[in-house]
Design a protein around this ligand. Structure first.
Ligand SMILES: [Zn+2]
Length: 456
């Protein structure tokens, strides 16, 4: 397929070197509810993966959890609980919501806190090669910085030179840096924050090094595709490239860099800091998983996507239209509808830089023909299975509304009540909730980070 590569600035033929595409997608920082902007990114990369697999390519997909971070530390502090408890809670939510959205799970979900030795090893290697240096120690620990001037092609992904970055940047105090653009690989410990022992004293990894180290450890020196939101191009992905290529001595770190556009609320980006969020859960509850996917895939993945209630509602209705066409009873035995030309058009659209909006348009054309043909007494069974197959490539289930999904907020409420009952040592009542839910087909699972549930 042809895919736009941010690194080259061109649309290129995507191939995997060894029949298996190695794909790394930057994951979430689990410090609060995931929102529709996250859904957008993960639905897009899920659809890309599904399509590559549909075309017979094996894909190995790694996606990290940044489970050590300033925002996580702050949240844990406010709640008075350990950081890993907060991370565990939002990782569970993310897994629940992405499963509801029919997003295939990554093959490996490395967590920063579980990869510290690999991260330290990489930083040590960068220091040895002259690409990194520790700052003056204070209170027995140092920061470690990456030396951007040493990497001659620093800026090649975001297409900027070091000079232009410097002139555009706010002049910040160097704080032990040789160059204001040098970025942090390791942060010396601050009192009260989680830290790990290292050759530079206690501290914790910076954000960028985490992805380089995990990608190297789980996928090797060079990968085929690295994905994430457009906001990650600089500095995050630029810095990943700098770190990995300096450490391994091989370039490019990733052959393809694929970025999705922002989700916007009106003129603004949907983000936690702006407080204009629609959570994944809310979107799924209101518009259904297929509705959310159709909304996201209904426009170009590289362009900004603007949220509106009307567009979401229209996507929900559209999903229902497809569902009716794919599940309707066969019209008869006469002159069967041929799905093959639709399949060809669908594939041609997807080959063209993942043109999902054109692919969805093909599904609607096919739905229309199925509806007309059925009314005319023609056989539509085969066309329906083609349609189901193609919808599956877009991750659409086209099933009747899931009752258990609508019940989700009530189940969550009961779980909360059960927790409070247990804390009050009202074990009989707490167990009554568990057994009552079990009778309704809802199974509770208690874990270190809280209770999760699934419908049996
Ligand atoms: Zn990353």
């Amino acid at each position: 397929m042809r895919l736009y590569n941010t690194l080259s600035g061109h649309t290129e033929e995507f191939t995997a070197r060894d029949g298996e595409a190695l794909m790394y997608v930057c994951g979430i920082t689990p410090y609060s509810d995931s929102h529709l902007g996250h859904a957008m990114s993960y639905v897009i990369f899920d659809t890309l993966r599904r399509y590559l697999e549909y075309r017979g390519l094996k894909v190995k997909h790694v996606q990290n959890y940044t489970d050590i971070d300033d925002k996580l530390i702050a949240r844990a502090g406010r709640e008075g609980v350990p950081m890993d408890e907060v991370a565990e809670r939002y990782i569970r939510e993310f897994e629940r919501d992405t499963a509801a959205l029919n997003i295939l799970p990554a093959h490996i979900y490395p967590r920063a806190t579980q990869e510290i030795p690999a991260i330290i090893e990489m930083i040590e290697g960068l220091i040895e090669k002259g690409y990194a240096y520790p700052s003056q120690p204070r209170d027995g620990s140092s920061d470690v910085y990456y030396r951007v001037e040493k990497k001659a092609d620093y800026g090649k992904l975001s297409k900027r030179s070091l000079d232009s970055m410097l002139s555009g940047a706010r002049i910040e105090p160097l704080e032990g840096k040789e160059n204001p653009m040098d970025f942090t690989l390791w942060k010396g410990a601050k009192p009260g924050e989680p830290s790990w022992d290292s050759p530079w004293g206690p501290g914790r990894p910076g954000w960028h090094i985490e992805c380089s180290a995990m990608s190297l450890r789980h996928l090797g020196k060079q990968i085929d595709l690295h994905g994430g939101g457009l906001d990650l191009v600089f500095p995050h992905h630029e810095n990943e490239i700098a770190q990995t290529e300096a450490y391994t001595g091989e370039a490019p770190f990733s052959r393809f860099w694929v970025h999705n556009g922002f989700l916007q609320m009106g003129e603004e980006k949907m983000s936690k800091s702006l407080g204009n969020l629609i959570t994944m859960r809310e979107a799924i509850d209101r518009f259904g998983p297929d509705g959310v996917r159709i909304f996201i895939l209904g426009s170009s993945y590289r362009k900004p996507l603007t949220y509106s209630e009307e567009a979401m509602a229209a996507a929900k209705v559209a999903a229902e239209r497809l569902r009716v066409a794919v599940t309707c009873e066969d019209g008869g035995t006469g002159d069967p509808v041929d799905g093959a030309p639709y399949k060809e058009r669908f594939i041609a659209a997807m080959e063209d830089d993942l043109n999902t909006s054109a692919a969805i348009a093909v599904l609607f054309d096919l739905a229309r023909e199925i509806n007309r043909a059925r009314d005319a007494g023609r056989a539509v069974g085969e066309a329906q299975s083609t349609m189901r197959e193609l919808a599956g490539v877009l991750g659409l289930r086209l099933e009747a509304a899931d009752e258990s999904l609508a019940a989700a907020p009530f189940v969550d409420l009961l779980i909360e009540l059960r927790k409070e009952l247990r804390e009050a040592k009202q074990y009989a009542l707490a167990d009554r909730i568990r057994t009552g839910l079990a009778e309704l087909g809802i199974v509770l699972e208690d874990g270190a980070g809280g209770t999760s549930w699934k419908s049996a």
